[in-house]
Design a protein around this ligand. Structure first.
Ligand code: ATP
Ligand code: MG
Length: 580
């Protein structure tokens, strides 16, 4: 009996109502439809339905990775601390790296990523350029002690990742493999029928030179993506560059004006009746990490712009930046709410859009006061100019002058050209064609497999539940027995075995529930095709068949297998043709 996938025996703990603590649709639906359960913050059980979907996602990922010439291996989740010391990431990676000591007192950690372990392996086995290039990958659980795990599988602490690492004799070979992986990722996300976009990306804590992220477009996405309406340019706002319209004004004298209690750029602009773009927004930050750890700096953008903190961190050589406290603002001669770039004791970084600007309004570094007529070239002699602002919708594209649009995305993958960031400290060396010892170059390529499952649900759902693409559904067909007559159950079981015999994934609903309950459950869990067996139809030798939420039609019992097969095949063909 175990071989039969009967709903009555299958572990699908559905919930009647939306779980209260779930904010995004995928989290709600995966909980409600019995795919996942929370164990502790950011850690989930994947129940049998989820495992079936994950295996199908993984199968496509494996297929394309193997096709691209990568080889699968499996590395451990527990990693020795020494390797992280050697790569100089023990400190740098920060508290997301879960560290512990084993019983012998050895520093260890749970792998959030595997550059260290793979470099260690390859450094011990690599001798000659003849062994290169190579690309090794695994699909495995990662652990990152995220500060704010949320949205269910989207940002977990323990999650499933496909991670690949390639090694090369030179930069050109790395560039070719980067392109090869980029193309493989495009094929993978196309096969899932997703609306996605590859974008230029910041390299973050991983390091390296070139990087792209792959985003599934969804309003619930945590990332903002800037893309040009006219050309191919697309980038994460952490990295995006664009031009903005500037406001031309006459040069004027510096004047101090009273601005009692108004502090925000909007309020000051309103109070003084000036264009908000003429305001200088001055934000004070503390540098985290790097040579200047703990140093306070000021960053200025126009009043209607935001400081992009990742750009600022790069500008000052920091790992990250954090807003300064009131006391720290006082330390550099500022007054909270009235900070301006003039006469500060700290470094002052200004966005390019303020270069050569005149007639600006800025905080006076005095309580309840601002200055007007500010000219950055004339009045802020120690100012340094960088790209610090976050790209906005309506900016002009730096490449072609087209209109920049913003959309939200879920990062489901990222590729990095790392160069020698890891291979040098980890001593991944080989003998080159000229017989000299040389450092290998490296790339790494990740896909968030469990996040991808959530991202697919974000794009494939409706009011009734999940509508899985056929290629990823836990079962292609839901076989529903209506009523409890022996004839219905007997006919259903026979059809079940015939469908299985034809290689079709079927879940048979043999429960003694009302038809309405069964249809609701099937719509919720999201199986694409339904076959319904009832007394009335059987009397005429017929069963019904239809796609989820579509009209059903009668099919003779004798033909059901061939009709289901041809429906599934034509749907698969269609999805290949349309990419949906
Ligand atoms: P994020 O910016 O979302 O924190 P990341 O850039 O740090 O992610 P990578 O190191 O690029 O992540 O990891 C590769 C992939 O693993 C990501 O593209 C993402 O799909 C997935 N991933 C990363 N962190 C998580 C997480 N906390 N939960 C689920 N998936 C994750
Ligand atoms: Mg990433």
């Amino acid at each position: 009996m175990l071989a039969t996938m009967r709903y009555s025996k299958f572990f699908i703990p559905t919930l009647r109502d939306d779980p209260a603590d779930a904010e995004v649709i995928s989290h709600k639906l995966l909980l409600r439809a019995g795919y996942i359960r929370r164990v502790t913050s950011g850690v989930y059980d994947y129940l049998p339905l989820a495992v079936r979907v994950l295996r199908k996602i993984e199968a496509v990922v494996r297929d394309e990775m193997n096709r691209a010439g990568a080889q699968e291996l499996q590395m451990p989740m527990v990693q020795p601390g020494e390797l992280w010391e050697k790569s100089e990431r023990m400190e740098k990676y920060g508290p997301e790296l879960l560290r512990f000591k084993d019983r012998h007192g050895h520093e260890s950690c749970l792998g959030p990523t595997h550059e260290e372990v793979i470099c260690d392996l390859v450094s011990r086995e690599l001798r000659s350029y003849k062994q290169l290039p190579m690309n090794l990958y695994q699909i495995q659980n990662k652990f990152r002690d995220e500060i704010r795990p949320r949205f269910g599988l989207m940002r977990g602490r323990e999650f499933i990742m496909k991670d690949a690492y390639s090694f090369h004799a030179d930069e050109d070979c790395l560039a070719a493999e980067y392109k090869n992986m980029f193309d493989a990722y495009c094929r993978i996300f196309t096969r899932f029928g997703l609306k996605f976009r590859p974008v230029e990306a910041d390299t973050g804590s991983i390091g390296g030179s070139d990087s792209h992220e792959f985003h599934v477009l969804a309003d619930s996405g945590e990332d903002l993506i800037a893309h040009c309406g006219a050309c191919e340019y697309a980038a994460n706002v952490e990295k995006a560059v664009s031009n903005r319209q500037t406001v031309a004004v006459e040069q004027a004298e510096l004047k101090m004006v009273d601005t009692p209690v108004v502090t925000s750029a909007e309020d000051v602009a309103g109070f003084l009746s000036v264009d908000i773009a003429l305001l200088v927004k001055t934000m004070v930050y503390r540098i985290i990490g790097g040579e200047h750890d703990g140093v306070i700096v000021a960053a200025c953008v126009r009043g209607d712009d935001q400081v992009q903190e990742i750009k600022l961190a790069h500008a000052v050589g920091a790992d990250s930046v954090e807003l300064a406290t009131d006391a720290e603002i006082t330390e550099i001669g500022g007054v909270t709410g009235f900070v301006g770039p003039q006469n500060l004791l700290s470094r002052v970084l200004l966005d390019h859009s303020l270069q050569g600007a005149t007639g600006l309004v800025a905080g006076a570094n005095r309580k309840d006061a601002h200055i007007t007529g500010l000219d950055t070239a004339r009045d802020i002699t120690s100012g340094e100019f960088f790209d610090l602002r976050q790209t906005r919708a309506g900016d002009t594209c730096a490449k072609c002058g087209g209109n920049i649009e913003l959309s939200r995305g879920i990062e489901v993958g990222q590729v990095f050209a790392l160069g020698t960031r890891y291979t040098e400290p980890m001593e991944v060396l080989f003998q080159n064609q000229q017989g000299q010892r040389s450092v290998a170059t490296m790339g790494c390529y990740g896909i968030g497999v469990s996040r991808l499952m959530a991202a697919i649900v974000e794009q494939c759902n409706d009011a009734a539940g999940i509508s899985w693409p056929l290629t990823l559904a836990p079962f292609s067909v839901g076989l529903i027995s209506m009523g409890k007559s022996g004839a219905v159950l007997e006919a259903s079981e026979a059809i079940y075995h015939q469908l299985k015999g034809a290689g079709i994934d079927v879940l048979w609903d043999d429960r003694k529930e009302r038809p309405g309950v069964k249809f609701k459950d099937f719509e919720l869990i999201g199986l694409p095709l339904q076959v319904v067996v009832g007394d009335r139809g059987l009397n005429d030798g017929q069963v019904e068949m239809g796609w989820r939420k579509n009209e059903r039609r009668s099919v003779p019992v004798a033909d059901i297998v061939s009709v289901v097969l041809s429906e599934l095949q034509s749907s698969e063909l269609q999805s290949v043709e349309t990419g949906n």
